[in-house]
Design a protein around this ligand. Sequence first.
Ligand code: PLP
Length: 366
Amino acid sequence: MSHPAVRPVPRDDLRALEGYHSPQLDVQVRLNTNESPFAPPQEFLDRYSSAIRDAEYHRYPDRGAVALRTGIANSLGQPSERVFAANGSNEVLQTLLLTYGGPGRIALIFEPTYALHTHIARLTSTTVESVPRADDYTIDSNDACARIRAVRPSVVFVCSPNNPTGTVEPQASVVALADAAGEVGAVLVVDEAYGEFADHTALDLISDDRGIVVVRTYSKVWSMAGVRLGFCVGPAWMIDELDKVVLPYHLSTPTQLAGIIALDYQLEMLQRVAALVEERGRMYAALQSTPGVSVVPSGANFLLVRVHGDGHAVWEAMVDRGVLVRDFSRWPGVAECLRITIGTAKENDECVAALLAALDHVGVIS
Ligand SMILES: *Cc1c(COP(=O)(O)O)cnc(C)c1O
């Protein structure tokens, strides 16, 4: 007698989980995932190709990624013991949560923010406690510190510049949050995926006597979303713990090489960032004078726009006109909002034209 097979079921606490989706459509202008519109410099591509051709693939990669971590540290004026690298900053966030979150522990998150903070917390069985941001999307630091003292989380996430709003947290507010986190022994994770687009950074606050860690990525500012490389900067004792948790040899030889060689093109990277910041200013002005929407000030490579009407219908009408932006219209805290990644000047002009036509088509303006 054969019995029907019992289909294995995932962990109970994963049952309510939905995967992370960012819909991709084949359109002319793609301004939906905050990538850079510029490819990396040609010289970087040439050197990277010859480096990966010459690498020894029968050997494991450098487990400690020493050259990469030292290079990143030097570029930021930090000691190399303070740098940890992984496959995208999402793996950095996962490693932080595997180390400091987990069953019976709480992660405090200020919403609306990057969905993966909550998603990865759930994957690691960390309880999520969300605190709403103020109407202008900043964090009310008095209220936030009171919540930290009351909830006693193990991890506090601050995304600055915040995705999807672009809001940059004032440094004084980050310091206050770090102090409150320090009182209860929580790690303060400052997600600076867009840090280079803003005018200040929490990197200045890293020290050996507080549990603050800044997470960055090659995906956005470095034009290298396809490589999957991110890192964090924190006190050496925290980095030691992350090294114990992450899988051995997690960073492949090609990934390490990409990160090391890219560091030689920091100047080009900063020039691209400056060009995008200038385009952001131009787009902000254009969107401010577009009827039927309001635009949120941003320190990142994207702008959040609130449609004074049916945001989803406007998003669809833009797709029909060949422009894909990110639809947040049904998200709590950012209802009717669309997020527009800053692209090339031409893409941005096409985006504004499509938005205007879509607003008219849907009847938000007439
Ligand atoms: C894009 C983004 C990341 C990046 O993730 P990678 O895994 O490095 O590509 C991390 N945090 C925020 C807030 C982001 O928007």
